[in-house]
Structures are given as C-alpha cells and as structure tokens.
Design a protein around this ligand. Sequence first.
Ligand SMILES: [Zn+2]
Length: 371
Amino acid sequence: MMHVLPIAGPGPVRATFLARPNRFIVRAETPALGAFDAYMPNPGRLRELLLSPTAAGKQPFVVAGVERDGDPVMLHTHWNNLVARRLLEARLVPGLETAEVVRAEVPVGHSRFDFLLRDPKGDLLLEVKSCTLFGNGVAMFPDAVTERGRRHLEELAALSRQGRRCAVLFVVHTPRVSSFQPDYHTDLAFAQTLVAVRRDVRIIAASVRWNADLTLDETVRALPVPWTRTAREAQDRGAYLLLLHLPEPCRIAVGGLGTVDFAAGHYVYAGSAMRGLAARMARHLRLRKRHHWHVDYLRAAADRAEALAVRSSTREECALAGALGAVFPAGPAGFGCSDCACPTHLFYGGSAPPLDQRPFHALLERFRMRP
Ligand SMILES: [Zn+2]
C-alpha cells in the first residue's frame, strides 16, 4: 500500500501500488478511484520499497509515502527539509537540541546548504539527507550513486578546515533500525568520503516515525554509526551478483563446461573480486572482451545485464551462492565454481526480474546490511 496526496483537496489517500512506468510517475489504484497516475517526487530507485504489485507533472496525485511492514515510509523528498526544520524547532535532533534555525537554503561559494543554525557556540551549517533504504535493523544511504552528495561532503569538510562548524543530518524514515551506515555497496565513493570527513564534519543520523495518518511522531532516536567496521568494509573488494536476461532459449558453448541449454529468462550469478571489484563488475557488463570465465559466454547471449556489489572484507561468494540456491533453482552444474566445492554459482530467476522478487531483496539485505 502507498499514500498519495490529492493536489487539491483534503488529506492522504491509501492506494495499492501497481507500477512505476518512469522515475516521475507511479500507477496506483483504490476501489473508489480505480487506477490512476501519481507524481513521484522522489527520484531514488526505491526498488526494495516498490515491488509490483504485491507490495504493500500533471497528475492529480503526488506520492507521499509507501507502507513497509505496516509502517509508512516517507518518500516525498520535498518535505524532507520541512521535516528537518520541524525537528530542529522542536529541539528533537540529537546533539542539536540547543540550535536555532537562522536561515534555510544558505548559499556558500558555489553551493547551497540546507540550514544555517546558531547555538551557544556559534553558527553551524547543516546539510540534511533523507534516508529510506533500510533492512535487517540497519539504515543505509544513498540508494543510488550521488556525486552531488559526495561533493557536498567535501565542501563541508573544506569549510570546516577554514574554521566553520558543519554537520550532516541523515533523517531515517523508519523507527525499525538501530544503526546507520553509508551504503558502500551502492556508492563506494560517497561512503569513503563520509568516513574521511567525519573528523571535520559532524555526522548525525536519527530515525523518525510516521503515524498511519502521515503525521510525524515526536519519537526521534539517535542512530550510532559503526565507523571502524564501515572503514574496514567500505573498500573496493568483495562479492557481486550479476543479473542477466536471456530473451530466448539458447544453446551456448560454455568454455570447458561444454554445450549447455539455457531457458529464456533471468539468471543470477555470484562471483567475487577481493581486489578491483568495480572494474570486475564493469568488465562483466562490457560485451567486447576475450571470454575467460563461464559467465562471459552467458553474458554474450544476454540482452540485459546488471551488477550488484556486495562489498566485504571477507570472501562471501560461496555463501551468496548457497543463499541464492535457497531462493532460486540451480543453473547448470559446475558453472562458475571451478575453484570451490559449490554445485554451481549460477541460478535461474524465472520470468520475473529478481529485483521484482521479495525473497531476492531479503537475500540482498541479509548480505548487504550487517547489524
Ligand atoms: Zn562456491
């Protein structure tokens, strides 16, 4: 279920999510209104929240939030600074209880920061980020690469070295978490920058709770950031999942494995690179290359390919393959596992994209979000 707001008229309406034809449009329906389009003000990918259709412009509605496990998760990014201002004015932001809001949208150099605050120690620049990615008790940000967000961190660190006080506040839109980490799986550069600037820039993460009627609860909790663990894990190494789609059944000569018949549909392959993970994933997505691994032959026949990093300091490839085996049927025996005892590292996802399947998201959360 999701919450949509009529552009004209009273309060939010609960509707069933149907589809997201593009970044800015969501299709939803209610028994009274039938199917309709709503404007989506959040450009994030939100793939773990918008699972069609079983999950909980000019459009007459705008999406406000989506329900997960019965709780609303705020998706309306335009509201985020209003939320932050309300929390600041209510003295609810952990560590900023004595700060007053002096001004919003503060231009400094070529950038604009969300708030200028003043407390007994002086002025403080505050940048606010909205976090809707969470699972396994852990909140993570960002859910898509944000070079702009990374640059903001560096600018704040530079201002701090010039003597200005600076802070970043991550507002996590669920109470169901007990820690916050930068999402080094999705945006390694952002995560490494956050780790690097934390001595110069105060990093605050706080969870909020939304009531069922989409009013903001007054319960705000400070979330710890496990910095030592994050610094260790946020490196360019670990495992990856390669998602491939075969548009039609194929018979493929797979190197030393011989000729293998593949059904049409989606496949998931588990691999790892304990050095140069990003380059390895980029190589898998490229078509022009000499075939080296079994999966290179399958990649050549695929019309869609996507790589998801599961970064870690320990080798998780076989554990991932084992977990995939509990979710999807096994692919050909011996595929991609010449160096280990696994039956296979390739799995058949069926006709629906794995990222539209809840068990696959649960697996990703288990490996990516470590409490
Ligand atoms: Zn293995």
